[in-house]
Design a protein around this ligand. Structure first.
Ligand code: ATP
Length: 715
């Protein structure tokens, strides 16, 4: 069914060509999910891949191991002699000794540099220069020298030299086969990756997987990589592999080994779904944190809070009503990886902040997805508490996002340092803290089209949006946005109001009002997950929402994003528009409406669009002209802060009493195409008709029908 055709009904719009259609995100995955590459690197990678393949094939012939190319098809390979069926559950790492091993020579630095640079991957050692130098000195076996004398000898480096000293060029991952052949990941995990049908690793996978799976000590990692670039797979593969290894070497140790924290329930549940596909048959368990779960040994720490605003559709709903004593009898959750929102885990570990935080002593990996928001004041305290609760000295952290302010980097550095001091680790002992950036930091993906549209007023925005919904009326508009798409508003009342305004715009033959839905955090968990499911299934075509869905959520075939209300910050813009154009898909559109109230805040968005177009190398037809960038005002630091916290003032949800609150915000900010005057007239007319009907009914009852034209006007 062509949603666009049904929406346009029998309009005279020219049918779009098939070639244009095939470029839409909804038409399927991109041939290559990478965003940055050059012909030169393609060649180099192909050459390297072949070399490695040949070496692997030679080794395979020698060992006469049958059918070990786990990536050749979606079929499971025949179980080898070295890996009997029974072993697949506890995927024995030692069994991999007889698997394909890659004897290809490691790349030289020039090759590594060429590949990393052309994919715009930049790896930096984030530790203090002194610590880096101390470590490199110690590896050179010059331990005899005192630290003091080293300090004295260390030359003073210029900023440029310091940058150069921090820059690293680790070996990249050329193809997914190397996960098994070179990095020796669990064979079952490798099969599960292969079953997803991915052929080429994205930039973030290319850069991070070798760092996390390689032989040298696992680093703490800060990753800034574009939206939709496959960060989930990048952190899940190493986490799962580490646990498979751990199970193998410590079969008697059971408990939570990894925590993945995400800011919303929707994202947490999506990570669990992705994780489940990867852990199948590996013996590793991944679980979504739910109310009522007991995750810590420390007595009855998990007291439940009925009022918790992060409630979840618990599998064990009965646990909610159990008294505290009984709750202590709830068995400990048997899971290796726990995926959670911050508050949910903190509540479970601290009996809703009534006791001191229990610890999670076995956790070796802490993943913070959307780390910048997790360490933003809103979640900071909770996230840091979780970090502290992970008390194992070998804990490694990974902070992942498409945007990362320098304040988050500083906070990460200082938290790691504090932990090391608490644990008594010397600066020369610790592992590295590396930062990996793909593309330009804090920029929007280059594979989507941005449209920044001045709509003057709220009414103008609604008219513009209606044109998108009914392209028949939009002959003058150059924007063709095909469903499915997302519409973002600033507040929940505005999302609700916009939804009710648009509900009847979809023609009945296209499915009517059921095709459009609203999703926000005031809905119940069940409603939220039903809407998510229906949108993913394609039953809902247009989803009006708030920033609840701005981050992380992966609806693969979304054709566009409409910022009905401008986002509160440039970072939010990057995340919102990143819901389209995922995994390298072309043809996604991001439409942002702005009114005169928004003008003070638009420059940062215009800058992001400009940067994204530069990244794409789009010359000539730039959507942001230089004169506009020059004309738009800069925002003061304080106004930026205020905007980030509360959004555009005129659109903030007013503090109204229940009676006054019509869900549509302040007068000028109403979501309606009609003016106040028109609305009043309409209301009066409606009232008059109703009154007339009442009178007629009353008169009929009296057996005395009055003259239809003699109604006495308005009540
Ligand atoms: N190598 C790959 N080839 C093709 N598709 C991939 C590859 N890796 C991941 N994907 C797909 O890309 C999509 C986006 O992945 P993911 O949700 O992990 O992105 P992300 O980087 O976390 O984005 P965001 O910053 O928005 O959270 C998913 O549908 C995933 O299945």
């Amino acid at each position: 069914m062509d949603a666009f055709r049904l929406l346009t009904r029998s309009t005279k719009l020219k049918p779009t060509s098939t070639s244009a259609d095939s470029r839409l995100p909804s038409t399927g995955k991109a041939a290559n999910p990478q965003l940055f590459r050059t012909a030169e690197t393609d060649e180099l990678e192909a050459k390297n891949g072949k070399k490695r393949k040949r070496a692997a094939a030679a080794q395979q012939d020698e060992e006469d191991v049958p059918d070990l190319d786990f990536f050749s098809s979606n079929k499971r390979p025949a179980t080898s002699v070295a890996e009997p069926a029974a072993a697949t559950e506890e995927d024995a790492v030692s069994a991999s000794v007889q698997d394909v091993s890659d004897e290809a020579e490691p790349m030289d630095e020039v090759q590594r540099r060429t590949i990393l640079n052309s994919h715009k991957i930049k790896v930096t050692d984030m530790r203090d220069l002194e610590d880096i130098q101390t470590q490199s000195e110690s590896t050179k076996d010059s331990k005899k020298k005192s630290k003091k004398s080293k300090k004295e000898q260390a030359p003073v480096l210029s900023k440029k030299e310091q940058k150069r000293a921090r820059r690293l060029f680790p070996e990249p991952l050329i193809n997914f086969k190397e996960l098994r052949s070179k990095y020796k990941i669990s064979s079952r995990l490798a099969e599960n990756v292969a079953e997803q049908g991915f052929t080429v690793p994205t930039e973030v996978q290319l850069g991070t997987l070798p760092l996390l799976l390689g032989e040298s000590s696992e680093p703490d990692l800060l990753i800034v990589a574009p939206t939709g670039s496959g960060k989930t797979l990048s952190f899940l593969i190493p986490v799962i592999n580490k646990i498979v290894r751990h199970h193998h070497s410590n079969p008697d140790e059971h408990g939570i080994f990894s925590i993945v924290v995400a800011p919303t329930k929707e994202l947490a549940s999506q990570i669990v779904n992705e994780g489940r596909k990867l852990v199948a048959g590996t013996g590793v368990k991944i679980t979504l944190m739910k109310k009522g779960m007991r995750i810590s040994d420390s007595g009855d720490a998990d007291v439940l809070d009925e009022k918790s605003d992060e409630s979840s559709g618990s599998e064990d709903e009965n646990a909610d009503s159990k008294p505290t004593k009984e709750r202590a009898n709830i068995p400990l959750t048997k899971s290796d990886i726990l995926v959670t929102t911050p508050l949910m885990l903190v509540n479970a570990l601290s009996a809703n902040r009534t006791t001191t935080m229990a610890t999670l002593p076995l956790v070796r990996s802490l993943v913070m997805d959307e780390a910048d928001v997790l360490l933003d004041p809103l979640f900071r305290e909770q996230t840091l508490d979780i970090w502290k609760a992970c008390s194992h000295p070998d804990l490694r952290v990974g902070l992942w996002s498409a945007t990362m302010g320098s304040n988050i980097e500083d906070l990460t550095k200082s938290t790691i340092k504090e932990r090391q001091e608490e644990l008594g680790q010397k600066p020369s002992e610790p592992h590295a803290l590396l930062r990996l950036v793909v593309g330009l930091k804090d920029s929007a993906i280059p594979n989507i089209d941005h449209k920044l549209v001045y709509a003057a007023t709220e009414q103008g925005k609604l008219l513009g949006l209606r044109q998108l919904l009914r392209p028949s009326a939009a002959s003058a508009s150059d924007i063709r946005l095909r469903p499915p798409f997302l519409i973002f508003t600033q507040t929940i009342p505005r999302a609700v109001a916009l939804h009710s305004e648009l509900k009847y715009d979809i023609p009945a033959e296209a499915g009517g009002s059921s095709r459009i839905a609203v999703l926000h955090s005031d809905l119940s968990d069940i409603q939220r997950s039903e809407i998510m499911r229906d949108f993913r299934k394609g039953e809902i075509w247009i989803l009006v929402t708030t920033d609840l869905l701005a981050r992380g959520v992966d609806f693969r075939g979304i054709n566009g994003v409409v910022n009905y209300d401008i986002p509160n910050s440039a970072a939010v813009y990057v995340h919102r528009v990143g819901r389209t154009g995922r995994a390298g898909r072309e043809g996604g559109i991001a439409v942002t409406y702005y009114t005169k109230e928004d003008i003070p805040y638009v420059k940062s968005i215009a800058n992001i669009i400009d940067m994204s177009e530069k990244l794409r190398g789009k010359e000539g037809d730039k959507s942001i002209q230089k004169w506009l960038l020059d004309a738009l005002p800069n925002l003061s630091k304080n106004s930026k802060k205020d905007m980030k916290k509360h959004g555009v003032e005129a659109r903030r949800a007013p503090r109204l009493t229940d009676k006054e609150d019509d869900g549509k915000g302040a007068r000028g900010m109403r979501i309606s195409t009609k003016s106040g005057f028109e609305r009043r007239l309409e209301n009066k007319k409606k009232g008059a008709i109703a009154a007339s009907r009442n009178r007629k009914a009353a008169a009929a009852n009296d057996g005395n029908v009055s003259d239809a034209g003699s109604w006495a006007g308005l009540d």
